[in-house]
Design a binder for this molecule. Structure first.
Ligand SMILES: [Zn+2]
Length: 68
């Protein structure tokens, strides 16, 4: 009995029996590297995203005028 797992990258069935344990649940080392690379890139993007200051600056320059 082998639980069928789909490779998260290419959606091919990845079996723990026929797969190198290091790459599971991916079907191959290539797919594992692809997924890991994309994950790292996303993390890097999120971590280094510049703070949006447009809204803040805009709010300071456009205070609503209160009429008497
Ligand atoms: Zn794959």
């Amino acid at each position: 009995m082998t639980p069928s797992t789909l490779c998260p990258v290419c959606k091919d069935p990845a079996s723990p029996v026929t797969t190198v344990s290091d790459s599971f649940p991916f079907c191959s080392d290539r797919c594992r590297d692809r997924d890991l690379g994309g994950w790292l890139r996303n993390q890097y993007k999120i971590g280094s995203r510049p703070v949006e200051s447009d809204d803040f600056a805009d709010g300071l320059g456009s205070e609503p005028e209160i009429e008497p």
